[in-house]
Design a protein around this ligand. Structure first.
Ligand SMILES: CC(C)(COP(=O)(O)OP(=O)(O)OC[C@H]1O[C@@H](n2cnc3c(N)ncnc32)[C@H](O)[C@@H]1OP(=O)(O)O)[C@@H](O)C(=O)NCCC(=O)NCCS
Length: 174
């Protein structure tokens, strides 16, 4: 809970940076109650449906990475989503954060597959999955309500057997 104010400051100070890629409410205005959003994330952590993480750089919170919709059993899959402050963008922080989270979900939690969905217009985010070797699987039409409309998303995924030595290792050797 001690992180919500910093998350709020980063989000509200950088509206133009986030707006094109931000999930919106198809039925009305956006919820900018960050305290409630963090509380909701912690509820999902508690019921093990989500793993909400922050990204730190030089000891400071600079972004968030969330592993969501965690399913065990025959699916053993989850989604990863992320954002980072524009002040530290371009330093390769998000790719290493995604690699760490993916290895944790494969090796510690025991998942089999991680999916990342990205608007085809989001060149920076496309570079993140490209650097990490996530596979393009296809397009989900009108998948998520983003920036006030239903937007197509390109689907990228990785299965545990594709990175037997771990994604961090593979990425660092690259
Ligand atoms: C997508 C995002 C998380 C990438 O994070 P990052 O830590 O900057 O990732 P990288 O350092 O690997 O940079 C990725 C690409 O961003 C672009 N980029 C680099 N510096 C940048 C800057 N200052 N401003 C904008 N884009 C920049 C480059 O194309 C870079 O690719 P390159 O390394 O081949 O040059 C970040 O741009 C972001 O938070 N964007 C807004 C929210 C968002 O799009 N979330 C993802 C939704 S799917």
């Amino acid at each position: 809970m001690r992180d919500w104010k910093r998350i709020e400051a980063l989000q509200l100070e950088n509206r133009d940076w986030f707006r094109p890629w931000e999930a919106t409410n198809p039925e009305g205005p956006m919820n900018f109650d960050f305290r409630a959003l963090v509380r909701n994330s912690l509820r999902q952590l508690n019921d093990e449906s989500s793993l909400p993480l922050v990204i730190e750089y030089q000891g400071k919170l600079v972004g968030q990475l969330t592993v969501s919709n965690i399913l065990h059993g025959s699916a053993s899959t989850a989604y990863i989503g992320y954002w980072i402050s524009p002040l530290v963008a371009g330093n390769g922080i998000t790719p290493i954060a995604v690699a760490l989270a993916t290895d944790y979900m494969f090796k510690v939690v025991g998942l089999h597959r991680i999916e990342i969905d990205i608007r085809p217009e989001n060149k920076a985010s496309l570079r993140v999955v490209e650097k990490l070797g996530f596979r393009f699987e296809g397009t989900k039409k009108g998948f998520i309500h983003i920036n006030n409309a239903w937007r197509d998303h390109s689907v990228f995924a990785l299965t545990a057997d594709e990175v037997p030595g771990g994604l961090v290792n593979k990425f660092m050797k690259h």
